[in-house]
Design a binder for this molecule. Structure first.
Ligand code: ARG
Length: 255
């Protein structure tokens, strides 16, 4: 079922892209950032290969990522990285002891797409590895429509093919209120409680993409989101969809 949904989502994305016939700039539409400008970001790796992002939130032995990034074992959290294809002296690598998905995560709807990584030991805070604070707990959508947030990762930089970068990319996008994102001309009801949208509405060109999942969205210096899903990448009608970290703050803290 999940595969079918993914396929349908993918197909919808391809069709929408073909319809738009607009060039989409090569995160998508963002830039390589200054080294270690996001010292809280984690690259989650298996056998040395990046597969998802994550964040080091407040506790140095605990990461935050998306539930759909789950593997039962063999995951290493890498902090202090910039170029993940090089061996960098700034990196610290710690194995994930427990990859704890939210108990109510649903892989079909992607509701509650959040997970906590309990690490085998603690990262040492230095110039390259610094945790980021989480916002106060919220019970509902709380960021204003149009707010400027930043999303970062080592994910695909192309919306039409595969181009996985070595260096960290970030892009700034705008919060799109759930009511707009959920209307019939956008996600038509698929945006559920605990999700938020961000992009350049009805324009596209800036977005997270495959490989950015689980990675950070920041706003006012706090970790407000984890990259979750979208129809294709950077499409005008389909902003990126993120897990609202503030709405899971109490659950994250209690892990
Ligand atoms: N699910 C993707 C991943 O596993 C992230 C997709 C984000 N897509 C988007 N259009 N913002 O990496």
């Amino acid at each position: 079922m999940k595969k079918l949904i993914d396929f349908l989502k993918f197909t919808a994305g391809v069709l929408a892209a073909a319809n738009a016939m607009a060039p989409v700039p090569v995160i998508i539409g963002g830039n390589i950032v200054a080294k270690h400008s996001e010292p809280y970001i984690l690259s989650l790796q298996r056998s040395g290969s990046h597969f998802c992002g994550g964040s080091l939130g407040t506790f140095v032995s605990k990461g935050v990522t998306a539930a759909h990034c789950y593997y039962s074992s063999g995951v290493t959290a890498v902090a202090g990285a910039h170029n993940i294809k090089q061996s960098e002296s700034t990196t610290q690598k710690i194995q994930v002891d427990t990859f704890r998905r939210h108990p109510n995560y649903n892989s079909r709807t992607l509701i509650n797409d959040i997970a906590v990584l309990l690490l085998r030991s603690s990262f040492v805070i230095d110039d390259y590895v610094v945790p980021i604070s989480l916002p106060a707990h919220q019970n509902n959508e709380w960021m204003p429509n149009g707010a400027d947030v930043r999303v970062c990762g080592w994910g695909n930089t192309s919306s039409s093919s595969s181009n996985y970068p070595s260096e960290l990319h970030c892009v700034n996008v705008d919060i799109v209120s759930n009511s707009i994102c959920n209307d019939r001309s956008h996600y038509n009801g698929e945006i559920l409680k605990g999700m938020f949208c961000a992009g350049i509405l009805d324009v596209g060109g800036k977005d997270a993409c495959q490989g950015d999942s689980g990675g950070p969205v920041t706003y006012n210096g706090q970790l407000v989101g984890a990259t979750s899903w979208g129809y294709g990448c950077a499409q005008a009608k389909y902003p990126g969809v993120y897990t609202d970290v503030a709405m899971f703050k109490n659950w994250i803290d209690s892990q």
